[in-house]
Design a binder for this molecule. Structure first.
Ligand code: XMP
Length: 518
């Protein structure tokens, strides 16, 4: 398949560039700027995109464009730092701007019939700028403080843009990226759900042959789509195991079981293990300890199933592309550990499996399209993320069966109201004015307060509503939900759920708070 290689110079937007190119149905992969020649050329790219980055080309040890890229004869598009690195490498001049340009800007095209035709408003974020273009280049656009907001060398098919076409603050920026990938590089738009499925099926068959494969299905989108793909490839060689921890949301376990058995006609073993999980959590209130207990318990339950199944050689993992990229990106591995993210359904340390990772090259939106194309129900495919430790991390204090049930009931009301109002689930293009909520849930607090219901004094627990909007879950903002909607949810929770007499709305962003409360 035709492809584009994107070189990451440390930009916070590198993954977004890749998503935009994929949206143009052209396959692309991200590589650290200094990845080896063999690695980068292994995808046989038809062109290169150089991302932005925080450095200055004149700094000691500044990232640079490797020689083989310039010698390849293939088209290059440099974005922000990528443009500066290209200029520097080809003998032009880069200098600090008198004014840092950050935020919205307007560019004025200087030529017609270029990739900039549909652009005017753009997003800038740079300190340095080009003051002399390398030989062979012409200016394609200028902005208030950049005489060369875009430049191109038509002969070599080298282009540079000072702004960020990948971010949504640059309307029509994706047109530029599509134009570069499809028209300038000549990459065919072949990356579609159907072709992704065909390629994955082939790869899975080649990897596992006639071996048996085990999959842990958690009810989340990734593990379900991964298992569905493997099932499509090898049918009954797959054994899917679903562990009902008793810490799932309302209706979740029924939905997973029916999706696999009825939609996919796949073998799925559902293990009801809520007693074991709740027993292990008895008396425990410390968040990290709760997470550890659920993670370990899951492994033990899963291990027992693997033994019954005769210890298959392969295990399916729902690792997706952002996880792969994050773990190899420059300077991004040192993030402080805030919470133990038990990858429930992950590989137990002491079990010997070969991993099958069919989503390793897919972004979340691609996982969803593939899931739909495979016939998984919309409700499952468009479900919001749910943490591995489940309701444990939302049931503050001790998790008992009664408190988990209380939380589940309140959460179901929130989800029902938000879905009905169009804030959750598959986004509807007809209601674009609604800002979709990325994740919403109820947290049960181990705090009691006094209330009055039907002239009776109550002394019951409080629930918090958490609803956030986010692009990547690394940072998030609280959703500005309409007051009437919040009022309806609060009213219903207090009226319909025993044991809750007060509802509050969480209005902290991440950072400083996290999305989950534990
Ligand atoms: P935080 O609370 O760290 O959450 O802001 C960021 C995102 O990660 C999800 N999350 C988890 N996912 N295992 C998971 O698979 C976990 O242990 C876990 N803890 C948090 C959280 O729901 C949010 O989407």
């Amino acid at each position: 398949m035709d492809s584009i290689a994107i070189l990451d110079f440390g930009s916070q937007y590198a993954q977004i560039i890749a998503r935009r190119v994929r949206e143009a149905q052209v396959y692309c992969e991200l590589f650290p700027w200094d990845a080896s020649r063999e690695k980068i050329l292994s995808i046989r790219p038809k062109g290169f995109i150089l991302s932005g980055g925080p450095r200055s080309v004149y700094e000691l040890d500044a990232p640079y464009i490797q020689d083989f890229i310039l010698k390849s004869g293939l088209p290059i598009l440099g974005i922000c730092y990528g443009m500066q690195a290209l200029t520097h490498a080809l003998g032009g001049q880069v200098d600090p701007s008198a004014h840092r340009e950050y935020g919205p800007a307007v560019i004025e095209p200087l030529a017609r019939g270029t990739m900039l035709d549909s652009l005017s408003k753009v997003w800038m974020s740079h300190g340095d700028r080009i003051t002399r273009m390398p030989e062979g280049f012409v200016a394609l656009a200028r902005s208030g403080s950049s005489p060369y907001a875009a430049m191109g060398d038509m002969k070599r098919k080298y282009f540079g843009v000072q702004f960020h076409p990948e971010v949504h603050h640059t309307p029509n920026g994706s047109v530029l990226l599509r134009h570069f990938a499809q028209d300038i590089c000549g990459a065919k738009p072949e990356w579609t759900p159907a072709s992704i499925i065909d390629a994955s099926v082939e790869r899975i068959r080649a990897q596992v042959g006639d071996g048996r494969v085990l999959a842990a299905v958690s009810g989340g989108v990734d593990s379900s789509v991964a298992a569905a793909l493997v099932h499509k490839a090898i049918g009954d060689q797959l054994l899917a195991v679903f562990v009902d921890t008793g810490l799932l949301r309302k209706g979740e376990s029924e939905q997973v079981v029916s999706a696999f058995r009825e939609n996919l006609h796949a073998e799925l073993i559902a293990v009801e293990a809520s007693d074991e999980f709740l027993e292990a959590l008895k008396g425990v209130t410390e968040p990290e300890q709760k997470r550890r207990i659920v993670g370990e318990k899951f492994i033990r339950v899963f291990e027992a199933q693997a033994q019954v199944a005769g210890e298959p050689h392969f295990l399916v993992q729902g690792t997706i592309y952002p996880d792969v990229v994050e773990s190899s990106a420059p300077d991004r591995n040192k993030a402080e550990k805030i919470k133990t993210h038990h990858n429930v359904g992950g590989l137990p340390d002491d079990m010997q499996f070969e991993l099958v990772e069919p989503l390793r090259y897919l972004f979340k939106d691609e996982v969803r399209s593939v899931g739909e194309a495979l016939g998984l129900p919309e409700a499952l495919v468009w479900r919001q993320p749910f943490p591995g430790p489940g309701l444990t991390v939302r049931c503050l204090g001790e998790v008992t069966r009664e408190r988990a049930a209380r939380l589940r009931a309140a959460d179901a009301i929130l989800i029902e109201e938000l879905s009905r109002a169009g804030y959750l689930g598959k986004p509807d293009p007809a209601s674009a004015e609604i800002q979709h909520v990325s994740q919403a849930f109820v947290v049960l607090l181990p705090v009691r307060s006094v209330g009055v219901m039907g002239d009776q004094r109550t002394y019951q627990e409080a629930a918090a509503i958490r609803a956030v909007t986010t692009e990547d879950f690394m940072t998030a903002d609280w959703a500005r939900l309409p007051h009437d909607l919040l009022a309806r949810v609060a009213n219903r929770i207090v009226n319909e759920v025993d044991g809750i007499n007060r509802v509050v709305y969480d209005i902290t962003s991440k950072p400083p708070a996290t999305i989950e409360w534990e």
